[in-house]
Design a binder for this molecule. Structure first.
Ligand code: COI
Length: 365
């Protein structure tokens, strides 16, 4: 088994700190800060060349020096993760971080990029969090969002995997992801554009997936909707995921989410919801769900609630679906009972306020 300490001896982290009196002001009301717009004092970075990670550093947060020919800028060979750190008094807590670093590894393999040992990724994150621990906010519903990122940096316009990479981690104090807060969000079902196909990069957290999703987002915005629900690429019939979240539908007592078939992102929150729903004595099912089943279920009353889940969004109630030029109100536009319970339990466990029966929380130490 890999031992983080051994690797750290081999990969010493050089530390260059911002002098205390030059550190940035922290937001006075983090719940009002637009998601991902404020960053902490330090970042972690390391470079990969000649088959090895090197220049392993924690240093002041700041711009990157990149060649205009860097491959990430032309061919989008880039991946990222999203995680959060929570404060409980003096303690800083992470939620299932190994799952994120495992997914980072899987994304790297899909995008022909070098991988990072999970233990080292976690150890280096913890070192960064110890240095910027004052940036982890305390107020309920807030956290320090963590963005591990890997990009191809070789300056070369030929299309092939880069020979140089940069991995870095930045930290951003955040409140709710949506401007609606925990109020129900309105979701636009796109039957025109698709996000991913089986065999494509949909299951990887690849930067280009998000660029490809933006045009459908403008269709949604045109009718006052904030997120896009993607259908499968072949039949435009089966629901897949929402732009920044996995989706769950409660049909009476069956709680359903689409199966991970290669085109859907394997969400850490999705996995946690499946477990919690089972704890509640309900039946979580991973099966294909057609958009027609949902629309019919909304009319018949069989659809009791719909919610999205993800690291940034946590749990987001869905109040309305826009499909084929028609809005369909879900749960009378209110937050459903299960959605509320999952939200309360998840933030309770993540912030250390509730018992953690599945050992999901990892203290930073
Ligand atoms: C996350 O939930 O962390 C995500 O990656 C969504 C993000 C693109 C805001």
């Amino acid at each position: 088994m890999f031992n983080a300490e051994t690797l750290c001896l081999r990969m010493n982290i050089d530390i260059d700190l911002v002098p205390k009196d030059e550190r940035k002001e922290k937001p006075t009301d983090v719940l009002q800060v637009a998601f991902g717009t404020v960053f902490s004092d330090h970042m972690f970075s390391m470079r990969h060349t000649d088959g090895d990670w090197k220049d392993v550093r924690i240093h002041p947060y700041g711009p990157l020096l990149l060649s205009p020919a860097a491959q990430i800028l032309h061919y989008a060979q880039g991946i990222f993760e999203g995680m959060k750190a929570y404060r409980r008094g003096d303690r800083v807590l992470l939620f299932r971080p190994e799952m994120n670093f495992k997914r980072l590894k899987a994304s790297a393999e899909r995008m022909v990029m070098p991988t990072i040992e999970i233990d080292f990724a976690l150890h280096s994150l913890m070192e960064l969090l110890k240095i910027d621990s004052e940036w982890v906010p305390e107020v309920l519903g807030s956290s320090l969002y963590i963005r591990p990122t890997m990009i191809a940096t070789e300056p070369k316009l030929g299309v092939r995997p880069s020979k140089e990479y940069l991995y870095y981690v930045i930290l951003s104090p955040v409140g709710p992801y949506f401007k609606e807060g925990f109020a129900p969000v309105k979701i636009y079902v796109s039957d025109k554009y698709v996000r991913a196909v089986k065999g494509g990069t949909g299951a990887a957290k690849a930067s280009g997936n998000y660029a490809a999703s933006l045009l459908a987002g403008t269709d949604a915005a045109r009718v006052g909707y904030s997120q896009v629900l993607w259908l499968d690429a072949h039949e435009r019939k089966w629901i897949e995921e929402v732009g920044t979240m996995n989706l769950f539908v409660r049909f009476d007592d069956e709680v359903v989410t689409p199966p991970l078939g290669g085109s859907i992102l394997p969400g850490v929150t999705r996995d946690s919801v499946l477990t919690l729903v089972k704890d509640y004595g309900l039946t979580p099912t991973e099966r294909m769900i057609s958009i027609d089943e949902i629309i019919e279920g909304i009319s018949s009353g069989k659809v009791k609630e719909i919610f999205g889940c993800g690291t940034a969004a946590i749990i987001a109630p869905v109040g309305s679906l826009w499909y084929k030029d028609t809005p369909h109100e879900v749960s009378d536009g209110q937050t459903g009972e299960l959605t509320q319970r999952l939200f309360d339990d998840l933030i309770g466990i993540q912030s250390g306020e509730l018992e953690d029966p599945h050992d999901w929380v990892v203290p930073v130490e």
